[in-house]
Ligand binder design. Structure first.
Ligand code: FAD
Length: 404
């Protein structure tokens, strides 16, 4: 019997690579087109919550990633002005028992490398780099993608195209004419430091620490097997030309960050940081469709980029991939049913995560009496009650949910 044609995937980020592995697990072949000629090791750290790690485990990714990942013992919320601890949510073994999978932190490049090594070992997956998917049109029985490699332009036919081309997705336009992304007014400042060079207050032993302040928040956690500390700070920012460049690695003057941190206990601590990169936070239009003509599906940031205030963008991309692959396997000969179920199931979940991110931003950036009330309420709640707040998010099993 002739082999089924491969599903096309645009983009070899976390979404596209996980998608290919999830499809292979269900017996589908996949071809990934990645625009970049070399898969650069960009970005900094990632928190990987149990709703994502249970899927990565099933795909064999955790075994490869484990030596480079760290299992933090807790998430702590601290007041950035005084460094005082306001709340502690236990992680480690207790979190793994509660949510059925580990909470990990890792360098983004380590996750990317683990995914790529598995993709390269899978016979049913082809990874083509230096090749961009420009656009796509529906055909009678599938989709035709226009792909370019340098000056060469070609066409590729497939039963399905999965757009995993990130926050600035070109293919989003295929699904909806009015579907760009917008600058949210927030900038992310990122760096990694050798752990022993970071001040003690920043390198709080094996925790994810969120320092809260009305003008900014800063998240710190260990990566690279614990040898480095990942720092990411969020401030309001102008949509300057530099800030709008689509580049993970642009160095920037840290003056706006220093202004935001003025008169806080964190300012002297960031003197140990030699340089920061800045990343403008863009968001996708929440009302835009994620599928087009039963033959194109958007996943990851291409579908639903939001500001990362719940640290869930990569986790949602991983959940998308698991759900979509499982639905395609269930409805092998009825792609329209699989795609519309994907959109129907995933959109409410993503909306809930986006709400949680907006809530975090409000709470973490509170000032005056609101901040006092926040601290009072958080200090009163015991650790088990704080963990219970995350059951809906971290206890979620995207695949088991399809049976429920
Ligand atoms: C500061 C910051 C901190 C974050 N922290 C967390 C966290 O702790 N936990 C978490 O879960 N999430 C976090 N996120 C969110 C997370 O990084 C993203 O949601 C996730 O990386 C999205 O993955 P993706 O594969 O959808 O997109 P991307 O990683 O952007 O990948 C898209 C890929 O597509 C390629 N591409 C683009 N256009 C084309 C084309 N036309 N043809 C072919 N290829 C193309 C690109 O080169 C790229 O390789 C954070 C985000 C930021 C900005």
């Amino acid at each position: 019997m002739a082999e089924r044609p491969a599903v096309l995937i645009a983009g070899a980020g976390i979404a596209g690579l996980t998608m290919a592995l999830a499809l292979a697990r269900h017996g589908f072949r996949a071809r990934i087109y990645e625009r970049e000629p070399l898969l650069r090791e960009v970005g900094a750290g990632l928190q990987l919550s149990p709703n994502a790690t249970r899927i990565l485990d099933r795909l064999g990714v955790l075994d490869v990633l484990a030596p480079r990942a760290v299992r933090p013992l807790a998430v702590e919320l601290r007041n950035a002005a005084t460094l005082e601890r306001v709340a502690r949510v236990p992680l480690g073994a207790v979190a793994e028992r509660r949510w059925g999978a580990p909470y990990l932190v890792a360098h983004r490049a380590d996750l990317q490398a683990a995914l790529i090594s598995l993709v390269r070992r899978q016979r049913g997956i082809e990874l083509v780099t230096g090749t961009a998917v420009e656009d796509a049109e529906l055909t009678e029985d599938g989709v035709r993608a226009r792909i370019t490699r340098g000056w060469i332009s070609e066409q590729a036919d497939a039963p399905l195209l999965i757009a995993a081309d990130g926050v600035w997705s070109r293919l989003r336009r295929t699904a909806s004419a009015a579907a760009g992304s917008r600058f949210t007014g927030h900038l992310a400042w990122r760096t990694t430091l050798p752990r022993d060079k970071a001040g003690e207050a920043l390198a709080v032993a094996d925790t994810v620490t969120a320092f809260m302040h009305p003008r900014f928040h800063l998240i710190a956690y260990p990566v690279s097997g614990g040898r480095e500390l990942n720092l990411v700070a969020f401030t309001r920012g102008e949509a300057t030309r530099q800030a709008m460049r689509q580049d993970w690695a642009q160095e920037a003057s840290d003056a706006p960050l220093r202004d935001a941190m003025a008169e806080t206990a964190l300012l002297p601590l960031i003197d140990t940081v030699p340089s920061w990169t800045v990343w403008p936070i863009h968001a996708a239009h929440p009302g835009a469709p994620w599928i087009h003509g039963d033959r194109v599906a958007l996943i990851g940031d291409a579908a639903h980029a939001v500001p990362p205030f719940a640290a869930q963008g990569a986790a949602m991309a991983i959940e998308d991939a698991a759900t979509l692959a499982a639905l395609l396997a269930r409805h092998r000969d009825n792609m329209p049913v699989a795609l519309s179920a994907y959109q129907r199931i995933r959109k409410p979940r993503m909306a809930q995560v986006a709400r949680r991110g907006r809530f975090n931003r409000f709470v973490w950036h509170a000032g005056g009496p609101v901040a006092l009330a926040r601290d009072l309420i958080l200090r009163k709640r015991d650790e088990t009650a704080l963990m219970a707040d995350f059951d809906w998010l971290y206890g979620f099993d995207a695949e088991a949910e399809l049976d429920g």
